[in-house]
Design a protein. Structure first.
Length: 141
């Protein structure tokens, strides 16, 4: 989870919803249990910390759900980390970035991730967990 996501619940609730990041994590716990997935949550406003977290996933985690926030549209470094890690990654956005300002339409991550989930609010995290688990298991039925 990237920049400004620590402000969820108070930051533009009409765009991002009223759930905090802690609320989302708590709502995802039963979903993760149901699909037998362990999660590790990381948040940083720092691009370098996010790059480090993606790199640290190599050989440790089977998949990544990445809500890179604004770094989606600006960070070649984060894109390169996703590529170098070779860990299957889902790009996640709370809002439908394609229905917003034109600068949000560009994703440096899109070409190197398994897929994108956007516009489903906090529920997108549960969808992303299910999608990455299905991808890793090869279970798309």
């Amino acid at each position: 989870n990237g920049p400004n996501l620590n402000l969820l619940g108070t930051r533009e609730p009409t765009v991002y919803g009223s759930d905090t990041l802690a609320d989302i994590e708590a709502k995802c716990a039963p979903v993760a249990d149901k699909i037998s997935v362990e999660t590790q949550w990381v948040h940083s406003n720092s691009e370098a910390t996010l790059v480090d977290a993606v790199q640290a996933s190599m050989g440790v985690h089977a998949g990544i759900v990445l809500n890179a926030g604004a770094y989606t549209h600006t960070s070649v470094a984060l894109r390169d980390a996703v590529t170098a890690s070779a860990v299957p990654t889902i790009e996640l956005h709370l809002s439908n970035v394609h229905a917003r300002e034109s600068f949000r339409h560009l994703s440096y991550l899109a070409p190197v991730v398994v897929g994108q989930i956007a516009g489903f609010g906090a529920h997108g995290y549960a969808l992303a967990l299910q999608a990455i688990a299905a991808h890793i298991r090869g279970d798309w039925s």
